[in-house]
Design a binder for this molecule. Sequence first.
Ligand SMILES: Nc1ncnc2c1ncn2[C@@H]1O[C@H](COP(=O)(O)OP(=O)(O)O)[C@@H](O)[C@H]1O
Ligand SMILES: [Mg+2]
Length: 345
Amino acid sequence: MVGAGADVEDSAVEAALRPKSLAEFVGQPTVREQLDLVLTAARQRGATADHVLLSGAPGLGKTTLSMIIAAEMGAPIRITSGPAIQHAGDLAAILSSLQEGEVLFLDEIHRMSRPAEEMLYMAMEDFRVDVVVGKGPGATAIPLELPPFTLVGATTRAGLLPPPLRDRFGFTAHMEFYEPAELERVVHRSARLLEVEADAPGAAEIASRSRGTPRIANRLLRRVRDYAQVKADGFVTREIARQALAVYEVDERGLDRLDRSVLQALLKLFGGGPVGLSTLAVAVGEERETVEEVAEPFLVREGLLARTPRGRVATPAAWEHLGLTPPRSGAPSTTPPGQRGLFEG
Ligand SMILES: Nc1ncnc2c1ncn2[C@@H]1O[C@H](COP(=O)(O)OP(=O)(O)O)[C@@H](O)[C@H]1O
Ligand SMILES: [Mg+2]
């Protein structure tokens, strides 16, 4: 698996590889400049920084940035996540124990429960929560003042946030995928920290297969390091990187096994589509969500697959990438969805 979600090994290594300051944070020049202004201005005023929303795909540095925000403000940080807060009471307990100026990092903020979300509105705006005591008609709401704090919310799906929540953030940073040159710097930086020797072409090879994502770059670097250590003298060259990534089934464009099997099914079984997501998922033996959220975003971004109202469609680049020839007759795009069965040509 080379998807951008974090696994156990990642968590440990990632902590060691996290940049600790804005200056050390590679790439994202727009976000860095904007955030630097927000934080510097707050520091100059001696105030707590405004609430910040970080949106972007997994592995682009949202958690890292939240820690940097706390570090740059010289403030402690409390880390929790939307799914961990199921009841408003869970959130009240956290909020009421915050210190002045503290950063509260709420990861996956779009997955918080509705009652907690409503409590958060008031906390963000008025630094106040109503703690409900008792149940039923006898229940009373006791207002509780909170010290000023900075909420840093992270989400992979900014579009899923209810507008009232989105509007209460003073600043929203949209994290973009990284350029190959930026990822190369990430690879060199991580190689230094992991004490892996890599030359420039070796680092470039890893960067170019990392899907614009630092987490993936770091993960591929570790796999290449293993290969270099076992099969060679530990030094990472372009050739070693290529051999290692072939073993891990990561191709030149950064497609992994899942990506390729989705494309293969789309091309070989459905003539390039259009085909519905569920049908495609069954054909590759995966959950709908896995295909939609893990494989497709990258395939769409690479221009290999298109999501259309009539279903998923392969682009000419997809045929080319898998070395297949598109069917000459019966342009698939004119066949109504549903009429195209699994065993048609
Ligand atoms: N701009 C960056 N510069 C250097 N390393 C980065 C950068 N962004 C992310 N990373 C690395 O990628 C890994 C994943 O970052 P993380 O902040 O956990 O991503 P997210 O929270 O968005 O999923 C971390 O180990 C971090 O070291
Ligand atoms: Mg994270």
